[in-house]
Ligand binder design. Structure first.
Ligand SMILES: [Zn+2]
Length: 216
C-alpha cells in the first residue's frame, strides 16, 4: 500500500515521510482512531515507504520487490498481531491467510468484520499472553532482509493484563531497528497501561497520533 492509496491524512503522511527520510524514526507509534479513518492503511503505507528500495520524495515506488511483498502482506520483516478468539490457540500466526484476505477485501475494516470472518459465533476476541510470547519470539530474530523489522499490532486494547505486562519490556526497549505500530480504536485501560509507564527518555520515543477524521 502506498500513501497515495490512503484517503486524506495529508499532514500525517508528510510527517511520516520526513521522519523516515531523516532516519530519526520513533521506535513505537500509536495510531488511534476509528477503522474507517484509515489507521491501518496508514500503518501499512508507513511500512511500505520504510521498506521500499526505490522510494521517491513522497511515496514508495509500489513496484520494487519490497513493495510487492508489503502489498501482499508477505514481507518477512513485516509482522502482524491482532485479536483472536480464545479457541484459536490465541495466535495471530495461525490466521494470517484470513488476515491477508480481510485486508485485501478492504483495509478499512472494523473489529466486527474481523470477528465475523474468524468466528461465525462471534465470541469475544483477545490478544493473549501466548500472542505476546509469539511477538517477542518473532522480533528476537534478525531482520530477514537486513533492514528494519516492523510489528503492526491491530487493536492493542484487546490485550489482557498478562499479555500487556509481557510486552512492556520489548515495547520500551525493542531490539535495534524494530518498529512498533499500534493501531487502536478505543482508549481502554489496558492501552493506558501500555503507553503511560514512567519510562523517561524512552517514553519520548513514542509517537502518539490521534486520528479524529479524514483530513484532506
Ligand atoms: Zn518500492
Amino acid at each position: 500500500m502506498q500513501f497515495e492509496d490512503v484517503v486524506g491524512q495529508q499532514e500525517l503522511k508528510k510527517h511520516f515521510i520526513s521522519e523516515i527520510q531523516s532516519g530519526n524514526i520513533a521506535h513505537a507509534r500509536l495510531l488511534h482512531g476509528k477503522s474507517g479513518h484509515g489507521t491501518l492503511p496508514l500503518a501499512l503505507s508507513f511500512v511500505g515507504f520504510l521498506f521500499c528500495d526505490q522510494r521517491t520524495e513522497s511515496d514508495s515506488c509500489g513496484v520494487c520487490p519490497s513493495c510487492i511483498k508489503v502489498n501482499k502482506l508477505q514481507h518477512p520483516d513485516l509482522h502482524f498481531s491482532f485479536p483472536t478468539v480464545q479457541t484459536d490457540a490465541n495466535k495471530s500466526s495461525l490466521l494470517l491467510d484470513k488476515w491477508r484476505e480481510q485486508v485485501k477485501e478492504s483495509p478499512y475494516f472494523a473489529e466486527l468484520d474481523w470477528l465475523r470472518k474468524i468466528d461465525p459465533k462471534e465470541r469475544n476476541m483477545i490478544i493473549s499472553v501466548h500472542e505476546s510470547q509469539d511477538i517477542i519470539k518473532k522480533l528476537s530474530l534478525k531482520a530477514y532482509e537486513g533492514g528494519y523489522k516492523a510489528m503492526i499490532i491491530w487493536l492493542p486494547e484487546s490485550m489482557n493484563i498478562q499479555a500487556a505486562n509481557k510486552l512492556l519490556k520489548i515495547l520500551e526497549e525493542p531490539t535495534p531497528k524494530t518498529i512498533f505500530i499500534l493501531v487502536a480504536e478505543s482508549h481502554e485501560t489496558i492501552l493506558r497501561t501500555i503507553i503511560s509507564r514512567p519510562t523517561g527518555i524512552i517514553l519520548r520515543q513514542w509517537m502518539f497520533l490521534k486520528i479524529k477524521k479524514i483530513l484532506w
